[in-house]
Design a protein around this ligand. Sequence first.
Ligand SMILES: NC(=O)c1ccc[n+]([C@@H]2O[C@H](COP(=O)([O-])OP(=O)(O)OC[C@H]3O[C@@H](n4cnc5c(N)ncnc54)[C@H](O)[C@@H]3O)[C@@H](O)[C@H]2O)c1
Length: 352
Amino acid sequence: MNFHRKNIIVTGGLGFIGSNLAIRLVELGARVTIVDPRIQGCGGNLYNIAPVASEVGIVPHSIGETGNLLTILRSCDLIFNLAGEISHIHSMVLPERDLQINTLDQMRFLQACVDCAPGIRILYAGTRQVYGVPEYLPVDEQHPVNPVDFNGVHKYAATQYHLMLSRTGHLDAAVLRLTNVYGPRIALDVPCQGFLSTYLRKALTGQTLEIFGDGRQLRDPVYVDDVVEAMVRVAAADRLRSRSYNVGGPEPLSMADVAAATARAAGAPEPVFRDFPEERKGIDIGSYYTDSTLLREHFDWRARTRFDEGVALTLAYCREHLPHYLDPNDPNPTCKLTHKSARERAGAPAAV
Ligand SMILES: NC(=O)c1ccc[n+]([C@@H]2O[C@H](COP(=O)([O-])OP(=O)(O)OC[C@H]3O[C@@H](n4cnc5c(N)ncnc54)[C@H](O)[C@@H]3O)[C@@H](O)[C@H]2O)c1
């Protein structure tokens, strides 16, 4: 598929990855409509799309509020579905909120897609979190699914909605299971969005980075431009084959190496080690890195940006635009999320 003059919806397009994708799609000549109400606790930021603000439409509603989407769906050629909550910790503290965002809203949205745009091509941003604690490394698409938190379970349900509706001919879907993504426009002022955002925030404000545990756990951070390239390639393909593809970084790195490289690039103090905080113990997955062979074989994609290059580009962007991403008086923002579960609304105490 050629994107020129195509009507493309990007859900979650005011967030970190979605905005980078929207900018690339505009550069490719697409007519982009973003669906994103900037949900509290997620990384939505209007400034993210500043370079293309006059060229994209914005529908400030949840994808679950489908009544507001019927018109744009009817004239749409392609959907990139990136709406979602990425925080594993938020999902454990407020599981019903995560269920709403990552599962119920997705189901409602997909039903509207089937009704208004039967057979439409849709690419969903899934997560490596669905695999849970790896049984072997690197993790390929055959690895058992065994999530360790609500976020992984809910994202897996949404993954299966896409694939089921595609296999049965209602949609033309594929899922990209992303590892930890970093790059320009990453949210710095939203706590609990993962270690890369925390490392970058601390490094940019000259603080000491903290490595949990012995720092030998492996990760394979992937630069956002490489992720956008994967999305564009898959969406442009002749056939989507109703399947999931892993998207990983160029190489496995220890958490200690990631922290040291980030601190070094920013001129921040050397990182220190500390015990895992209580809230993270149960949901840590140990070492993880991705086998992206399938994506390479089917779409000739590979992650091209080394971590030291990517982190330098990220820090340069963040420095130049810092006031739009972090309040200088609040370099360590705390989580301000509130949400009442059905149990609480019924008068029972919150439970995890
Ligand atoms: N960033 C990562 O490392 C990573 C890793 C794996 C998967 N993903 C997935 O990629 C997608 C994008 O992640 P991101 O890092 O850009 O996160 P982000 O928080 O920066 O952006 C997500 C955006 O989705 C929007 N959103 C949430 N629920 C919505 C709804 N119901 N309707 C419309 N918009 C909604 C939010 O307002 C936000 O702007 C998510 O689905 C996430 O699960 C991200």
